[in-house]
Ligand binder design. Structure first.
Ligand code: HEC
Length: 129
């Protein structure tokens, strides 16, 4: 009996969690029930790939490049950090350690490399532009 009850609670949590995720996925939802929207940028406006890349930038770059926090996708282009669909020619990508470009890779200065998935999120975003 108590086992079933636990199971029901779990199912309920998963169902509610999925609903929140689905609703958030629709784009215009500004709030996150997880409470870390400020850090992880769930209120970011832009493409799906930008929304995936933004938390990476937020975690690894904004502490020094504070101005970027307010950048739209286009702002990265107009400020010559990103060339659309060309990560190999985007300094934001080529200067980030862990990429597959080679050459000058020193960001984030004095901090650990980004993970494969984080690098991929940046690359996928730039490729999708
Ligand atoms: C600990 C501070 C620090 C962090 C964290 C950091 N940077 Fe930088 N970044 C700098 C400094 C200082 C410069 C200017 C000197 C230079 O170009 O090397 C710079 C310059 C750059 C430049 C050259 C263009 C520009 O705006 O000046 C790029 C591109 C860049 N960083 C990308 C990144 C990316 C991408 C991340 C996150 C993955 C990151 N940085 C994280 C300190 C940091």
């Amino acid at each position: 009996m108590s086992k079933n009850w636990n199971l029901n609670i779990k199912t309920f949590k998963v169902t509610v969690g999925l609903s929140v995720m689905l609703l958030s996925g629709c784009g215009k939802v500004k709030n996150s029930s997880s409470g870390d929207a400020a850090t992880y940028g769930s209120n970011v406006v832009g493409s799906v790939t930008f929304k995936a890349a933004h938390p990476v930038l937020s975690k690894h770059c904004f502490s020094c490049h504070g101005g970027w926090a307010a950048y739209s996708e286009d702002d990265y282009v107009t400020n010559s950090l990103v060339e659309r669909a060309n990560p190999d020619n985007s300094s934001l990508y080529t200067r980030t350690r862990g990429n597959d470009v080679g050459g000058r890779q020193d960001m984030p200065i004095g901090r650990p490399d980004l993970s494969f998935d984080e690098i991929k999120a940046l690359k996928d975003w730039i490729l999708s532009m």
